[in-house]
Each structure stands twice: as structure tokens, then as C-alpha cells.
Ligand binder design. Structure first.
Ligand code: ADP
Ligand code: MG
Length: 470
């Protein structure tokens, strides 16, 4: 993120050569994955900080999003440092219908600054009609969050701000989106991620458009800010955020914030902002129990029948299997389900249990082997003969840096933890440090065969948990 912010005023650096991006994807993900899922992606258009690609179904889009998007983004960053996200168009080849109502063709980002600014806000203010209250399934772990979200949609500013927190893939963005969706007819709704807020702030500052920026935010009736934990801006930005926040509260606008942790655990955010958050209603979403997981899968199956009557039925056996095995997050659960659906479409049959195991192998391994960051650290420390304290210390001696980077790299490869989560497990390092480590080790593996072999053997030790055999 830091890089993006610093380079945000640079023009396009290099045109993306899609053919070679595909070659890299094939190499990185392997033939099978590439052939099944990634080959048909088409590059539609590229802009300064995002690109537009097309896929043929929503399921493939969701699946790519849940499994590969981070890595594809990394590949693209080699071409264009400024890229911060990938947007999808779902294009049904049969009737050429474009599902997402993106008017990308008309968008001229080289217009004068004002409309550029406006366009780019709008660009990130898109609310997904497919994530609403009706298809949010509730259970004991998310009921309070759901009810609080409904309440603010019916009775604006009753709980203000509303602060939702919970782990990755638990449904926070879905709830924020649902609130936005239900209020956008009658109110000015602004739905933005904290990263995006920072980005726009810096950009507006550079292009002398702070007045527009302020006006834009202060005119909203409903401000939804997703993933506030990524807010790590400079004082000036936090200052602006604080004032916007207060101005909105004063005029009775509703503010809804999501985060991966409670307000008091937010790093790099001013105390007074945190206490503002804590002053509203704070609700958490916890890990889903079996029943909720199963109900989500059932509701996804019903949804599918409704929208695609010809779709092959996913058997109850498979539904139960997925709900039992995929426990880490709802995102993974939905991702697994989508993969089964895609399989059934491609092969025109429901996968058997053993086929399901193969299709979901990577997801199942993760929960079965219980690879934790702690285990990775233990094994890597032993291997490099350093102590865990040394690994987690801020010291940057050469003999510590490499093992640390290796452990971070393996944590990214072998667990489903997000970049910030990994950073946190390494004494609260920033997620940019995690990205840097992953990149460095990725590069070194190509250059240094010995290291490459070592990493493979570490990987096996971790996967098969042979801690004692080192
Ligand atoms: P978060 O923002 O907490 O990381 P998301 O809101 O992006 O998680 O949810 C991940 C995926 O799981 C999305 O596809 C979302 O629609 C789905 N999902 C999460 N919770 C539920 C739920 N309770 N019912 C139905 N779908 C859900
Ligand atoms: Mg989210």
C-alpha cells in the first residue's frame, strides 16, 4: 500500500502484456488450475490503478476471488505498481449479457480532475446487489451483528457509529453492503474501504482537491467504512477523518465501520478516534458453528436452483461434507461450494465424495493438518538454529532476517491467514513487510537452489508436522 500511495501520481508505467501474465499464472498455479479456472480470463481494459477482466460466470469469479486474486494482483504489480485492485465483469458468452452494470466503456479517466475524482469515488462506491439481508444466513455467531445492521437500516442514527468486527471471511463486508443496499434509494450512501479512503485522501491532497474531498464525504447520509484496521495514515489524514467523522455524527448521518478486531486493539489509529468507535455500538461476529455453515450451504443450493433451474443438484451428502470440513471461514465455505458447482457444470455431474476431496484438497489439508503460524515459526527456528524470541524481535541482523522472511513466506503459502493476520503473528509487523518477505523469498527461490531445496523440505516438515525429526 505504501508504494501505491507514493506512486499514485505516476502515469501508467507499462502496458500489461496479458499473454505473459497468463504464462506466469500457468507457471505459478500449475497446469491444472490454470486450465480449469484461469485460462479463459480476458483482459478488458486497464486503468491507472485497477484493471477490468472478464470471466464467464459469477461462480468462477467468486472462486478466483477467494483463491487466487491476491496472487494475480502480485503478478500484475510487476507491470504496474499502481494497481490496487482487479474488477470483474461477468460476461455470459451465449447472450453477451454483462451482469455487472459497469459502464467502463464510457469512462474516460483522463478527463479533467474533477470528474476523475468523482468517477473514482463512484468506482469504489459500487454496492453489490447480490449481498443483501435476505441472503445473509444467521446463527448464534452473527445474529447480533445482523440485527444491529438491520436496526440501523430502519432507524438511522439509533446506534451511532455501529462498529462490526470479526475475522476474515465472516460476513462483515456482506453486512455493510446490505445496509448500503437497503438505504441507497432514499439516502446518499458512501461505501468505501479504509484503504481506499486513504488513497483518495493522498490523491486529493496532491491534486489540490481537498475541498472536493471534504465536501464529498461530508455530504453523505450513510458512511460505510470497511476494514478500518488498514487505516494507518499520517496525522493529517487522521485529523481529516476525525473531523469528517464528527461532522457526520453531528448532522445525524449514520456511520458504520467494520474491522478485524475491537476498537481498542486497533494499531496506528488515534486514541480519540478509537474512543469514538467504542462510544457507539460495538458488535462482533464469531466463528460459525456447524449448523450455520450447513444453513449457508443449503441456502446457496436453493439460490442456485432458483437462478439456474437446469443446474445439477448438489447432494445432501456433499453439502454435509463441505459444512463439516470447511471450518475456517464463511468465505472459504462459499468458495468450496462454488468450486463444487463449477465442477458439476464442467463435468455435468455432481462430484463423488472422493472427487470432492480432490477438488477441495488444498482447503481440506489446511484444516486437517492444522498448520498454524506458531508451528511454522517453531519449525523454521529449529531449522535455522535461532530462538523464537530472536525471530520475533525487531532486530534486523542478517542471520535473523532470512529465517524470518522464510517463516513469513511459508505462513502465506501454507495457511489461509491474511497478510495483516500474518503480520500480527510476527510481532505486529505491517502487512507491507509480509508482502515484501513473500516477494523476496519468491525471488530467492529462483536464484538460490540450496535455499529452494531447504524451503521445500521445510514445507514438507510443516505439512507433515515432523517437528521432532529435525
Ligand atoms: P469479511 O468481510 O468478514 O471478510 P465477507 O462479507 O466478504 O467477509 O464474506 C465472505 C463471503 O461469505 C461472501 O461471499 C459473503 O457473501 C459470504 N457470507 C458471509 N457470511 C454469510 C452469511 N451469514 N450468509 C451468507 N453468506 C455469507
Ligand atoms: Mg471484508
Amino acid at each position: 500500500m505504501k508504494n501505491n500511495l507514493q506512486n499514485s501520481s505516476n502515469p501508467i508505467e507499462k502496458k500489461i502484456d496479458w499473454k505473459s501474465v497468463q504464462a506466469i499464472m500457468r507457471e505459478k498455479f500449475g497446469n491444472d488450475i490454470f486450465e480449469s479456472w484461469l485460462k479463459k480470463i480476458e483482459l478488458i481494459d486497464e486503468f491507472n490503478n485497477y484493471i477490468l477482466i472478464s470471466v464467464s460466470t459469477r461462480f468462477i469469479r467468486d472462486w478466483i476471488t477467494s483463491r487466487y486474486l491476491d496472487q494475480i494482483l502480485q503478478i500484475l504489480k510487476e507491470y504496474k505498481k499502481n494497481i490496487i485492485r482487479i474488477e470483474f465483469v461477468v460476461e455470459d458468452k451465449n447472450n453477451n449479457k454483462i451482469e455487472n452494470n459497469i459502464e467502463y466503456k464510457n469512462q474516460n479517466l483522463n478527463n479533467d480532475n474533477v470528474s476523475f475524482l468523482k468517477d473514482s469515488f463512484l468506482q469504489y462506491n459500487r454496492i453489490d446487489p447480490n449481498k443483501n439481508f435476505d441472503n445473509f444466513v444467521t446463527g448464534p455467531s452473527n445474529k447480533l451483528a445482523f440485527e444491529a445492521s438491520k436496526k440501523v437500516s430502519q432507524d438511522i442514527a439509533h446506534y451511532n457509529p455501529l462498529y462490526l468486527f470479526g475475522g476474515v471471511g465472516m460476513g462483515k463486508t456482506h453486512l455493510l453492503n446490505s445496509i448500503g443496499l437497503s438505504l441507497k434509494e432514499k439516502n446518499k450512501v458512501m461505501f468505501i474501504s479504509a484503504e481506499r479512503f486513504m488513497y483518495q485522501f493522498v490523491k486529493s491532497l496532491k491534486s489540490n482537491e481537498m475541498v472536493k474531498f471534504k465536501e464529498y464525504f461530508r455530504n453523505t447520509d450513510i458512511l460505510l467504512i470497511d476494514d478500518i484496521q488498514f487505516m494507518n495514515g499520517k496525522e493529517a489524514m487522521q485529523e481529516e477523518f476525525f473531523h469528517t467523522f464528527n461532522a457526520l455524527l453531528e448532522k445525524g448521518s449514520q456511520i458504520i465501520v467494520s474491522a478485524d478486531r475491537p476498537p481498542n486493539k486497533l494499531a496506528r489509529i488515534q486514541e480519540r478516534i478509537k474512543s469514538r468507535f467504542a462510544g457507539g455500538l460495538v458488535v462482533d461476529i464469531q466463528n460459525p458453528d456447524f449448523e450455520l455453515r450447513y444453513n449457508i450451504i443449503k441456502s446457496k443450493t436453493d439460490e442456485l436452483k432458483l437462478f439456474y433451474p437446469n443446474q445439477i443438484n448438489i447432494t445432501e451428502e456433499i453439502q454435509k461434507f463441505i459444512s463439516t470440513e470447511i471450518r475456517t471461514s464463511i468465505r472459504e465455505l462459499v468458495g468450496a461450494f462454488n468450486r463444487i458447482v463449477s465442477f458439476s457444470r464442467i463435468y455435468n455431474k455432481v462430484p463423488s465424495l472422493s472427487e470432492t476431496r480432490i477438488i477441495l484438497k488444498d482447503l481440506l489439508n489446511l484444516s486437517e493438518n492444522k498448520v498454524t503460524i506458531d508451528l511454522i515459526q517453531t519449525i523454521v527456528c529449529k531449522f535455522f538454529k535461532i530462538s523464537k524470541n530472536e525471530m520475533l524481535s525487531p532486530r534486523r541482523s542478517r542471520y535473523l532476517v532470512r529465517p524470518r522472511q522464510t517463516a513469513i513466506y511459508l505462513a502465506k503459502m501454507l495457511t489461509s491467514k491474511s497478510l495483516p493476520e500474518i503480520g500480527r503473528a510476527f510481532s505486529n509487523r505491517d502487512h507491507t513487510t509480509v508482502i515484501h518477505s513473500v516477494k523476496t523469498v519468491d525471488r530467492l527461490r529462483k536464484e538460490d537452489n540450496e535455499l529452494n531445496v531447504n524451503i521445500d523440505s521445510l514445507k514438507n516438515k510443516i505439512l507433515y508436522n515432523q517437528e521432532n525429526e529435525i
